[in-house]
Ligand binder design. Structure first.
Ligand SMILES: Cc1ncc(COP(=O)(O)O)c(C=O)c1O
Length: 453
């Protein structure tokens, strides 16, 4: 592939993007009181120099303020995996907010127990607590793990992402040494002092770190999803469980993104036996939420410490958020889990992701490209490497931001949105085969243009 051609084509796509989105551009230019001109700094990641401004979003479609409609495969980076404003969710919000009243009141509602029971049924862990983000659920669960094991460290995989959890911003460099992830913003201390790091799909590297005997909990997604999709090799997840047991370490499975695998995430599809499960984003249908679940054994140990006065889980001990578990959030989770992200919906979504993956693979094959596409239930992603990367470091090395920008702009200019982080595409229950086929055709055209064929 000619880099000159890539840059020429990208420049043309940038011009087309700027010319066809004057209203978004104007709003961006006027935003002088926002850091980076955006409500959240990661919104600067959208290609094209400025983000599209949202007008409406319904089902699997968003419309920007310039009146362009998009098949939305970004879906709020999983926050909208239930689809935009799914009717059962908006009805539940309406019932809670308007008919009954009470968005947050320091008081439980009956919805919380329903949601916890449903999560217990799906994931097999009996006891749950709520947060307003997956980040917080991870933070609090890590505190619980340190408390009940009496150990100070956690183990993560190089190039993992679990939200803005201080202890997780660690990678292995080219020499295999752990170090703070490049760009880590203002760490309180060197995260290698809190965290051990291993390579995903490399049980020997996990064993070597656990042998120090100071790791409270392994924190991992069952497949990495935040550095492209890195699927676990056969035996890897079972091996993690075995190593954790051998070393008195807990296993936390963060299913925030991998819930795309099915109603009970990969915990159910792979029959995992985690001590702790973390969820967030999609289970509230777009309303802020998060949750962590504990086994009976971990909960019992937490109870002992609490009763002994060593852990204040009711007030200022570090595991609480004022609005966590609020009435609106739990009503939204109940509606999402009972009526939207159902077993049947996951079947449809996975089928569409398979169709998407086959479409991408056909283009890769037609041109003999050294690329790969991986799928995790309703989520699919292409990487510029073949075979598909097997560790976070391999996947990081396959990144090509220039190519990402070209493809993202090419698609956006023709009515398809991908997540601005690498090349993730997610299906929701309202995604249609026509949306997938639109992507397939555009992806083929973009690649053909790039190769001059
Ligand atoms: C696996 C995983 N865990 C946790 C989080 C944090 O989610 P949130 O930003 O909603 O707190 C993310 C965010 O992308 C994630 O991918």
């Amino acid at each position: 592939m000619s880099r000159d051609r890539l840059h020429r084509l990208t420049a043309a796509e940038r011009e087309r993007y700027a010319a066809s989105h004057p209203a978004s551009r104007a709003l961006f230019d006027q935003a002088s009181h926002l850091i980076g001109r955006v409500p959240m700094t990661w919104m600067s990641k959208w290609s094209g120099g400025f983000p599209l401004y949202l007008d409406t979003a319904v089902a699997a479609t968003v419309t920007d303020v310039d009146g362009h409609r998009y098949a939305d495969f970004a879906l709020g980076d999983t926050g909208a995996m239930a689809g935009h404003s799914a009717p059962p969710v908006t009805a539940a919000i309406n019932r809670r907010a308007i008919e009954r009243g009470g968005l947050t009141a320091m008081l439980p509602t009956e919805d919380a127990e329903w949601v916890a029971a449903e999560l217990a049924r799906r994931f097999g862990l009996p006891l749950w607590s709520f947060s307003l983000s997956a980040t917080d659920a991870n933070r609090w669960a890590i505190r619980v793990a340190r408390l009940v094991t009496g150990r100070s460290k956690i183990l993560v995989f190089s190039y993992c992402y679990h939200g803005s959890v201080d202890e997780t911003f660690v990678i292995l460099d080219d020499d295999g040494a752990a170090r703070s992830r490049p760009g880590n913003v203002g760490p309180a201390l060197d995260p290698t002092s809190t965290t051990r790091v291993a390579h995903f799909n490399d049980l020997e590297s996990v064993r070597a770190e656990l042998e120090h005997g100071d790791v409270a909990v392994i924190v991992t997604e069952p497949a990495l999803t935040n550095i492209g999709i890195v699927l676990p090799e056969p035996g890897f997840l079972d091996g993690l469980r075995r190593l954790a047991d051998q070393h008195g370490t807990l296993l936390l499975i963060d299913e925030t993104h991998t819930l795309s695998a099915g109603p009970g995430g990969m915990t159910a599809t792979e029959r995992l036996r985690p001590d702790i499960v973390v969820l967030g984003k999609s289970i509230g249908g777009g309303v802020a939420c998060g949750a962590y679940g504990l086994t009976e054994a971990v909960a019992a140990r937490l109870g002992e410490h609490t009763r002994a006065g060593a852990a204040d889980i009711e007030d200022v001990g570090g595991v609480g958020g004022t609005l966590a578990g609020n009435a609106l959030s739990t009503a939204a989770m109940r509606a999402t889990l009972s009526e939207v992200l159902t077993e049947q919906a996951f079947d449809t979504m996975s089928g569409l992701a398979a169709r998407y993956t086959a479409g991408v693979q056909a283009t890769i094959d037609r041109h003999g490209l050294p690329w790969s596409v991986s799928r995790l239930g309703a989520r699919a992603e292409y990487r510029f490497a073949s075979p598909a990367p097997r560790t976070g470091n391999d996947s990081a090395a396959a990144a090509d931001p220039d190519l990402d920008e070209y493809l993202h702009l090419y698609l956006a200019n023709r009515g398809v949105l991908l997540t601005p982080f690498h090349n993730v595409a997610l299906m929701c229950p309202a995604t249609e085969a026509a949306d997938v086929d639109l992507h397939t055709g555009l992806f083929a055209d973009a690649v053909a243009d790039l190769l001059g064929r």
